[in-house]
Design a protein. Structure first.
Length: 228
């Protein structure tokens, strides 16, 4: 251990707390990705010929991102506590990669949002049509997740299309006419895009502070060692 000033010690422990939270977040992201991949209610999405590429690509990205976040969080925690410039340098490098990937993903998402909505909507319509013909349990659970997650029912939202056993319970006139799932999908990706963008910007700002603190601590450690 090296002798650090009070301010540098504050940076050290702030960086440790940041990375511990980052590691926990990575654990959560990885758990969600693995759950979506292997849960019986969604595993069937990966097996059919018409499986949605957008969905399983997103799931694999979640798994990879969660694992990388755990590695980065571990490097940051150990680098801060052990005052290791090598680990802090690796932490900075990986965090920079994640930040660049987030920016690239944001740009791609904005430029391809219409195509993403179209692909997901088409997948939903195909899944709904296949369920009406085959009544497969895997398709039923997939539709249930979509219906309850988006609070919608059927391709048109009318009682003719509604499969009531896999739709949220409604009251009054909503029993006859409810929000269609294509409209709900479009609302999530378009009307709420500013919320998604705001969250992304917030995460990016946190990452920038993490990189700044890691370099500050790394420079402080090297400087204090030069004085010894």
């Amino acid at each position: 251990m090296t002798a650090l000033t009070s301010w540098e010690l504050c940076v050290k422990y702030a960086l440790f707390i940041f990375n511990f939270v980052f590691w926990l977040a990575g654990t959560g992201v990885l758990a969600v990705g693995l759950w979506l991949r292997f849960d019986s209610r969604t595993a069937g999405l990966f097996e059919g010929e018409e499986s949605p590429s957008v969905f399983f690509t997103g799931v694999y990205i979640l798994i990879a991102a969660g694992a990388l976040m755990m590695v980065v969080g571990f490097l940051g925690c150990c680098g801060a506590i052990k005052e290791s410039p090598c680990m802090l340098g690796l932490f900075f490098f990986f965090l920079l990669l994640i930040f660049a990937a987030e920016v690239a993903a944001g740009i791609w998402g904005l430029s391809n949002s219409d195509q993403v909505v179209e692909d997901i909507t088409e997948f939903y319509k195909q899944t709904y049509a296949n369920y009406k013909d085959t009544k497969q349990p895997a398709l039923k659970e997939t539709l249930r997740l979509i219906h309850f997650g988006l609070d919608c029912c059927g391709p048109t939202g009318t009682v003719i299309d509604a499969a009531r056993e896999i739709c949220p319970k409604q009251e009054g006139l909503e029993v006859l006419v409810t929000k269609s799932c294509p409209a709900a999908i479009d609302e999530v990706f378009n009307n709420k895009l500013h919320i998604i963008g705001g969250v992304g910007i917030g995460i990016g700002v946190i990452m920038i502070f993490g990189m700044i603190f890691s370099m500050m601590l790394c420079c402080a450690i090297k400087r204090s060692r030069d004085y010894v």
